[in-house]
Design a protein around this ligand. Structure first.
Ligand SMILES: Cc1cc2nc3c(=O)[nH]c(=O)nc-3n(C[C@H](O)[C@H](O)[C@H](O)COP(=O)(O)O)c2cc1C
Length: 212
């Protein structure tokens, strides 16, 4: 295979992180894609200048009072390139209201079983439960990506370590997220989701190559 052909099949796993734990998740995602035969780069967003030479993008970031701002910015900035290559997204979080939702606007959403909690009152969600809903978390991501939409989205339990955080971050996490500290990352679920990415990218509608 020529160097050019090899590069065209490479997948980029790009991530943003607030306290470091999403980097390990991105590496695990990259490992699974590589096992499925794909070439992979795993990079933090601040080391990526453009998407040239990549055949697909997996973008992962935690919920930090909304999806990590750098990840949303990255999606908006790369809309043009994402017209031509498929996108998958993963979201790390510590609080999610169980609603049974498995897709958003036709995009399949995988929810890690360790993450969601049933609402206190099924018929009437509290403000916090509505805030922590699949659609409230994912709508801004779909808006930032615009079109075409991601081929799939994974939502996984993350890690919260109050010892690594500034006081305001601890306060927000305690009051709004209301999650106990701990590492709840579900590696089998993360890896199983990632292993399906190469096939999902191949199945996504053929896109024309980027304009020079
Ligand atoms: C300031 C702050 C805000 C957060 N906001 C949310 C949130 O809105 N919803 C949620 O489910 N988790 C929230 N979390 C939990 C993080 O998404 C979770 O801990 C994630 O795994 C952190 O990833 P990182 O270690 O890569 O930064 C928040 C954590 C912090 C510190």
């Amino acid at each position: 295979m020529s160097k050019e052909q090899t590069q065209m099949s490479k997948i980029l796993v790009a991530y943003a992180s607030f306290a470091g734990s999403t980097a390990d998740v991105a590496r695990a995602v990259g490992e699974e894609i590589a096992k499925a035969g794909g070439e992979v780069d795993v990079l933090p967003l601040n080391q990526i200048t453009n998407l040239e030479g990549y055949a697909g993008l997996v973008l992962g970031a935690p919920m930090i009072m909304g999806w990590h701002r750098a990840a949303l910015r990255f999606l908006r900035r790369n809309r043009q390139a994402l017209q031509h290559i498929p996108l998958a997204v993963f979201v790390m979080a510590m609080s999610l209201t169980q609603t049974g939702q498995t897709d958003i606007d036709g995009v399949p959403v995988f929810v890690d079983e360790k993450l969601p909690k049933p609402p206190k009152n099924e018929g009437r969600l509290s403000f916090r439960e509505r805030y922590a809903s699949v659609s409230n978390y994912l709508r801004p991501i779909l808006r930032a990506a615009r079109s075409p939409k991601p081929v799939r989205i994974g939502m996984f339990a993350g890690r919260l370590d109050y010892g690594r955080l500034k006081w305001w971050a601890v306060l927000f996490a305690m009051v709004i997220v209301q999650a106990p500290a701990g590492d709840r990352r579900n590696w089998p679920a993360i890896r199983a989701w990632a292993a399906e990415i190469p096939a999902a990218f191949r199945l996504s509608p053929q896109k024309s190559p980027p304009l020079p």
